[in-house]
Structure formats: C-alpha cells, structure tokens
Ligand binder design. Sequence first.
Ligand SMILES: [Zn+2]
Length: 327
Amino acid sequence: MLFGPTLCLIVFNSCTVEKEKVTEQQIPINVPDFNSDSAYFFVQKQVSFGPRIPNSRSHKEAGDYLVSQFKSYGAAVIEQEFIEYSFDHKKLELRNIIASFYPETSKRILLAAHWDTRPFADKDIENRNVPFEGANDGASGVGVLLEIARVLSQNDSLKVGIDIILFDGEDWGERDGDQNSISLPNGLDSWWCLGSQHWSKNKHKKSYSASYGILLDMVGARRSQFFREGASMTFAPKIVNKIWTMAGRIGYSDYFVKQDVPAITDDHIYVNQFAKIPMIDIVPYQAGIGFFGEYHHTQKDNLFIINKETLKAVGSTLLHVVYDEEP
Ligand SMILES: [Zn+2]
C-alpha cells in the first residue's frame, strides 16, 4: 500500500510497552514449521513474472500461478473477477483470489494480502514512471500466505477453517502528493484498496463470515518492526493482543512491538467497515519515521531488501496463532 495516516482514522492511543512472563505451557505444541526458504522462493517467483500491474500480462500470469498453487495444496479456490476504474481513468480488470481450507468447518479465520503491484514508483527520485518489483509491497505478504497454504496441505491437526484472500487493485491510488485531489465516484471510498472494497461488499459467499482476519502488507523487509496499528486497535484490539502476545512467546518481540501507532488506510479498513469482520493489519512502522520505509513505492522495493528472518517472524507467528485456535 498506500498513503500516510488517514485523516479520518487517526487514532492516537497512549503509548504503552507491555512485558509479560512466559511459561513454556503458553507456547502451543505441535505447530508445524514455517519454512522461510520456501516463503522466500514464493516471493522470488512472483517477482520473476515482472511487476503484477493490473491489465498487464505479468499480472495475468502471476494470478494464474497463484490460483494453481493454491489448488495444488488442496484449497477450494474462487476467482472473483470485477472491473473498477482508477483515479487516472483506466478501466482495470481485477481478480480477487480466495483459497479455502477445510470449507466445511464453521469457525473460520481469514488471512489476506494484496497481490497487485503499483504501476509507478512515484516516491522515487528518478524513474518515477517506471514500475518496480514490489518484492515487499505485494509479494512478501502473498509469499507468507502461500507458505502457510503449503503447510496446511501437509498437516491435518488444524481445528479451524482458513480462508486466504489475495486482494487485487490495492495499490493504484493517487500519486504521491495528489491525495484527495481527485474526487471519488459513487461506491468507492478510496482509490486505494479496490479489491477489498469490492469483496467486502460482494463476498464470495453471501453469508460468509470469519471470527477474525489478519492482513499482511510489506512483511518481508530486513529489520522490519510491526507496531499496533491504530485502526486495528480500534476495530479488533483483542486480536492484536492475541497475535502480538503469541509473537512474544515464540521469541519475536523485537519484530512485534507492543506499542500503539496511528492508523493507516489499508485493506483491513474495508473488511472491518463493510464486511463487518474484525481484521487487523500487520504492516511495518519505523519509530520516528512512520509507516513507510525508504523503499516504499520506489525502485528499491526489490528482492535485495527481502529477509528470510522477517518472513519467518510473521509466518511462524501466524501459524502459532491459527494452530492454537479451538473449534
Ligand atoms: Zn503500495
């Protein structure tokens, strides 16, 4: 994603740092391993198609690859195709990809990321109109979720159902500096997050719901830290606490910092507001700088910034959370 803190959603929570005592009993047992080599491979594979810009051949081929991977892991896959217009008047052919594991299980957890990449590097100093790899902004979250899908296909001890949704059209928002300058048509709340806005108003199954959702965005860069994002704390503070606490128990408190930061516009906003599913966002934040690393929407967002340990911190935490869920 996306642009800075939303004006309407800025939530300044008091800054608190919590520490807790950990006992071995609090760490769930029999949680399968998250293979960060495999997750890295999935990031690399997406990048190899070229930038996944809607309407491009790379976008189509990468989307087909994601669908076939999920099917190979035994998921029931639904492709939700739709048309939306961008701020610069392009007619975008978009596709949300929904992969369901254990579709017969009533208690469900939703995991999501966006799979498209931004069509221009508008925050770069040069080559602003040239697309970038989107190794972190796009491919990293999807890479973690593909690895989780692979793990699910090889372990049957999960007690809940999982739906993985890859949102399309997340990253074609206004250029940097143009925020709020182009009026929105009826039916859109933002030029960003087109796929999550569409899905949240048109779920793949009419009565679909989930106990909660976890959104991943830019979860692969070296030395990333994930703070408690404002909208997540407004809509689903218990889920934030569950995830950050689990991360601490399994040794990732350096990555998951129990400290509040402002809200940002991302796909979880629409899942909360329109789909009425409490969803939190795992998105990096740099103390003193803000949500976006220097790579953000620049040519630097490439494979060189991707780090297996960061992918592992996020993926392993997610696996521990979902394998710890009771039916
Ligand atoms: Zn972006």
